[in-house]
Write a protein that binds this ligand. Sequence first.
Ligand SMILES: Cc1cc2nc3c(=O)[nH]c(=O)nc-3n(C[C@H](O)[C@H](O)[C@H](O)COP(=O)(O)OP(=O)(O)OC[C@H]3O[C@@H](n4cnc5c(N)ncnc54)[C@H](O)[C@@H]3O)c2cc1C
Length: 362
Amino acid sequence: MKTDIAILGAGASGLFLAKYLKKDYILIDQNEIPQKIKVSGGGKCNFTNEKVSYKNYLGNREFVDKILKYYTNKDVLKFFKDINYQKIKNNQYFASSSDEIIKKLNQKKFIAKILKVEKKDNFLIHTSKGIIEAKKVIVATGGISFTSLGATDIGYKIAENFGHTIITPKPALVGLTLQKNDFWMKNLSGVSLLCKVEIPLYQGKKIIDKKIFKDNILFSHRGITGPVILNTSLYWQKGSIKIDFLPNYKKIKTNKSPSNLLKPKRFITEFLKSQNIKDENKNLDLVVEKLKNYTLSPAGTFGFNKAEVTKGGIDINELNDFESKFCKNLYFIGEVLDVTGELGGYNFQWCFSSAKYLTDKI
Ligand SMILES: Cc1cc2nc3c(=O)[nH]c(=O)nc-3n(C[C@H](O)[C@H](O)[C@H](O)COP(=O)(O)OP(=O)(O)OC[C@H]3O[C@@H](n4cnc5c(N)ncnc54)[C@H](O)[C@@H]3O)c2cc1C
């Protein structure tokens, strides 16, 4: 089979690119349904955010900024204007069902597993159903989290084969596991509360900045998760994070004990036990001080199978506007790149922006 353009991967970025492409192309994927879109946002696909900036992403800031400004969140909202969607908490836009997003994006594809890509005069894409010859190849095969949904490392392998550097892929937007000191939190499985987390940002061994997130933490039998922790995991590399478990606390005159004043009671009781502090009014100030400045050193993450995204990936500095600097007519877009967004629709926004930019340039 011969084509001008082969798009490898029909997830968010591959489908969006194909939607606008006016040239002869073949879209190749092993799955009929874009699985990650299907399960995203709890089945409601959080497809963009009211406030989008390069500051919401890890990756080459200048380049990310240029691409996000080229095709913005407003453009994405215009594209999806005929589906039912709603702005919910934290400025996030959700569809009434991810099926609506899929219906709008989905199209005919060649269903096969991509095995490898080589370059003769043209590109030869080896698949489980034979070889496809193409003049240009766009790799949109995503990251490696959630292999259960069809994720593979084929994008990284193709890139490496053409001499590219892969920034070590790591799980992100994922729960964090605990060290012994914090095992008391495991007794709180199912409890959720608002908190503020501060994460230092490193350059080498030096702390150069910090990120602050305020949202819910959820305790689980494996460790800590919930939106504030998922965002923390994007920036956390090593060392400790600071948690304020009482971000809205205002000091009042009271003779109540900590567990009768502070909420949720189950959390406060478990905390007091872990710190060996008696539940008495005279200890209130001490308890508040400790809860507002809790230092936690995560042990690691829940791993790729629980991670919404992969941070790291193909080094964007080795691309020229998504085209390989080492091989003409070979392009990469979407999550396979070393660009990762925070929770809140930022990752789909990146997929759509990178896809639209390339469709217009190719
Ligand atoms: C549970 C979950 C919830 C999420 N929720 C949100 C959300 O609400 N908002 C948000 O912005 N982001 C969300 N994300 C992240 C978002 O889904 C991804 O960032 C996005 O799908 C990446 O798009 P992509 O096109 O780069 O890759 P993908 O969507 O992963 O698409 C890659 C495609 O390549 C195909 N493929 C891979 N390897 C091969 C191979 N060897 N042969 C053939 N085909 C192959 C796959 O089948 C897949 O269809 C979520 C992710 C998960 C896992």
